[in-house]
Design a protein around this ligand. Sequence first.
Ligand code: SF4
Length: 171
Amino acid sequence: MGFLKRLINKARLKSPYVFHFNSGSCNGCDIEIVAALMPRIDIERFGMKLVGSPRHADIMLVTGPVTEQIKERLQRIYEQMAEPKFVVAIGSCACSGGVFRGGYNVLGGVDQAIPVTAYIPGCPPKPSAITFGAYKLLEILAETLGVAPPKKEIAEVPKPVEAKAEEVVEV
Ligand code: SF4
């Protein structure tokens, strides 16, 4: 692999853009994704950035089960992403249909419509689980691009800072 190609692949690993698609979730998983993006967990420290268009994204995060109605739209959005592209199913509903499985219009998990790279189960999964899943995905991305994987320490979730009684200011 040439120097320029290696440089481009390294930059790609350090700036995977993420697109979020709700295929019918109850919003529980979506709130946990927002929590993972907020300053305490801060998955943006991996270089991940939430974008508004699938055309700009490398990774699609999907929450909720796939229904007959949403299947075609989900496939159309997936086709708009450039290669190499990855899909992460977040939550039990996206993994298998979850509590909606067996519903008259529910097909099951996201893999019933598009290929899925990683599954993060839970109802909903904790932001720390989403962070760990994101790290695992970066490992797959590094392997695909032929560059060194990111350091393991970045997957660690920082512990909350406890305020001491004398630091609390009452208003
Ligand atoms: S996995 Fe749980 S929280 Fe997530 S969309 Fe399904 S029911 Fe809601």
